[in-house]
Design a protein around this ligand. Structure first.
Ligand code: CTP
Length: 416
């Protein structure tokens, strides 16, 4: 049984939050409702009080609410903060760290996993400001249940309707199941005292001062790994190629552009790490020469000669063996067929401890989307991680890393 704070904000879907509270209770959880002032325009607190059998928190200034600094007390005891519906305003407040009411203060104060179910008008949902705020939250490890499409209360037809209560409850169960370690306060997880380096994003290989060869990687997977590793107590270095994602709080962020720069940044730091995870989509080829001036077009075609970049994963794999203090090494593999067989071959070739294999033939997972489905391949076997948020996939990957670290070959003190 978990203690869940159910944040209800001011959208027409607020009435569905009653069903969500009931669904969570049916699964054996204890629910405390936290309502914003706008939410109370839609549903009365009494409804939630009757259902949850707890006083509903509506006001941080109410007498008694601060008797034992309630938002801090609740923040440190809940197993999950679930906000449904989450309005554009609440999403913006969370993304920017505003704390002008009980719910937004609770978000900042808690280290429990956070799941939000946004609901708003289609145009609002698609507005770049809202999209950016959601991206910020996702990069920070917040889980999101996508809104549904259909007829909206405002008369519009489109995406924005609060997800169905049973889907929100199912997502809450998944987060609770998937993040037992993350639920611990920051810095107290299974990677406490460990040093972890993760690479993220694409690399840009310059052709001339204004053009480059690149790829569509957003950096989300690597940033999610950095965020989850920080939660678990690791000292994290994030070496990232060009990415618009905000840096996870607490990570030492090293920004690079090209595969050569990433190689340098990783190789100078790798030996001092306990874990190196290569989540970046590093270019395999780079122009032989970078033109010093912008290349002028002519009527003829243009051929650009490319040469191989250095294989960073391979070079870390060639460091002295794990028994002599080499970091646990995790690589990614993009495959379109025979995913496990190819990943096993890569495991041997790169001397890696774990390969995270992406099936890139899928359109709903992998590059430039929030979700991923992978297969984890190590000497111990292959494990499928079905389609879910990149933060949940990151948690599964780090579970395996913790297991490998606990195995005898890795029981070498950091820096030995
Ligand atoms: N990688 C690297 N250095 C490179 C290229 C890739 O360290 N110059 C890393 C990536 O970060 C990733 C893994 O290697 O962890 C991908 O392996 P790679 O052998 O490049 O395979 P794919 O690109 O997935 O596929 P293929 O084997 O078909 O090239």
């Amino acid at each position: 049984m978990a203690l869940i704070a159910l944040g209800v904000t001011g959208g027409i879907g607020a009435y569905k939050a009653v069903e969500i509270a009931r669904g969570l209770q049916k699964n054996g959880h204890d629910v405390v409702a936290v309502m914003t002032r706008a939410a109370r325009q839609f549903v009365g607190p009494l409804t939630f009080e009757a259902i949850t059998r707890h006083e509903v928190i509506t006001d941080q200034w109410a007498p008694g609410a601060n008797a034992d600094i309630e938002h801090i007390a609740l923040a440190s005891t809940i197993d999950l903060l679930l906000v449904a519906p989450a309005t554009a305003n609440t999403v913006a407040k969370f993304a920017n760290g505003l704390a002008d009411d009980f719910l937004s203060a609770l978000y900042i104060a808690t280290r429990a996993p956070v799941l939000i179910a946004p609901a708003m008008n289609t145009n609002m949902f698609e507005h770049p400001a809202v999209a950016r705020n959601l991206e910020t939250l996702i990069a920070r490890g917040v889980h999101v249940v996508d809104p549904g499409s259909g007829y909206l209360a405002c008369g519009w037809i489109g995406k924005g309707r609060l997800a169905e209560p049973e889907d929100v409850v199912a997502a809450a169960e998944q987060v609770l199941k998937a993040t037992p370690v993350s639920a611990k306060p920051l810095g107290e997880g299974g990677l406490t005292g460990r040093r972890l380096l993760v690479t993220a994003g694409p690399t840009y290989e310059d052709i001339d001062p204004v053009r480059y060869v690149g790829n569509r990687s957003s950096g989300r997977m690597g940033f999610a790994l950095a965020t989850e590793a920080l939660r678990r107590g690791a000292a994290v270095t994030l070496v990232t190629g060009p990415s618009h994602l905000p840096a996870p709080h607490g990570a030492d962020v090293v920004r690079v552009r090209s595969a050569a720069e990433m190689h340098g940044a990783v190789m100078t730091r790798a030996a001092a790490q306990d874990v190196v995870i290569m989540a970046a989509a590093v270019a395999d080829y780079t122009p032989v020469e970078k033109a010093p001036q912008k290349v002028k077009k002519t009527d003829a075609g243009l051929t650009i000669a490319l040469q191989r970049t250095k294989d960073i994963l391979g070079d870390v794999g060639r460091l002295p063996s794990r028994a002599h203090g080499r970091p646990v090494l995790v690589g990614f593999a993009a495959e379109t067929e025979d995913v496990v067989a190819h990943a096993r071959a890569k495991l041997d070739k790169k001397q890696a401890d774990l390969i995270v294999a992406n099936d890139v033939s899928r359109t709903d997972a992998g590059f430039d989307v929030d979700r991923n489905a992978v297969t984890l391949v190590s000497a111990a076997g292959a494990e499928d991680v079905p389609l879910q948020s990149k933060s949940t996939v990151a948690a599964r990957i780090l579970d395996r890393v913790e297991q490998i670290l606990a195995s005898p070959a890795s029981n070498v003190p950091a820096g030995a």
